[in-house]
Ligand binder design. Structure first.
Ligand SMILES: *Cc1c(COP(=O)(O)O)cnc(C)c1O
Length: 220
């Protein structure tokens, strides 16, 4: 049986510094997170607020916590004191709430806009026109406590590699287009795409952050 440490070492060898590895720790108990930490991981991704809030105080403070799952506005306040990056901003209203809670905590919270790229109707996200409109809206200037640093997307869960590649490629093209937008609180540097099954493809298409769960911790 391979250990968490083996899995991380193998992933880092494949990634070769081209992207940052976010260890997706949802449903996994704290001792497993500690193992990943001891193997060098400092970026942990959770998709449920309650789980992140429970685990956060049990681990060391130099961990960067990533909110990767759908985020309800009324839960932002629980993670606003410590979250490093919110990958799943899928509405202007949510961004506004993050700004409000960041202000209360006297910090600026980095965010990614989640873009809908899959041929599935179960996944959250903005479409390209909505993302463009958000980044060009005059109201964005008032949100002084958020910084939009890039995009995130989930490809279709399919064995069709060509389809997944096209979805990642489309997201990278949108990223390149939107990265040119000049606003005080927009500074693109991160493209979060790729999971256990498709991270190599995602990196080849320009991902800067891969969110990997089962390839580190085993199936859920
Ligand atoms: C669960 C999850 C992942 C990781 O999935 P694996 O296939 O286990 O690597 C990545 N991104 C999001 C948004 C997730 O919810």
């Amino acid at each position: 049986m391979t250990t968490i440490q083996d899995n991380i070492a193998r992933l880092e060898q494949t990634i070769r510094g081209r992207a940052r590895l976010i260890a997706v720790t949802k449903t996994k108990p704290v001792p497993m997170l500690q193992e990943a930490y001891d193997a060098g991981c400092r970026d942990f991704g959770e998709n449920r607020v309650q789980e992140m809030v429970d685990k956060y105080p049990q681990l060391l403070a130099d961990i960067r916590w990533h909110q990767i799952g759908h985020l309800q506005s009324n839960k932002v306040k629980y993670i606003a004191p410590f979250v490093a990056l919110i990958h799943s901003v899928d509405s202007p209203a949510l961004l506004k709430e993050i700004d409000k809670q960041a202000l209360k905590n006297n910090r600026v919270i980095d965010c990614l806009l989640q873009i809908f790229i899959a041929q599935e109707d179960t996944k959250f996200g903005l479409d390209p026109a909505e993302a463009r409109a958000l980044l060009q809206s005059p109201e964005l200037d008032a949100l002084t406590h958020v910084r939009v640093v890039g995009l995130m997307g989930l490809a279709t869960n399919t064995d069709n590699e060509e389809q997944v590649r096209q979805e990642f490629r489309g997201l990278k093209m949108l990223y390149d287009e939107l990265a040119a937008i000049q606003r005080p609180n927009v500074a693109f540097s991160e493209l979060s795409m790729g999971m256990s099954g498709d991270y190599e493809l995602a990196i080849a298409e320009g991902s800067t952050m891969v969110r990997v769960g089962s390839a580190i911790f085993g199936s859920r």
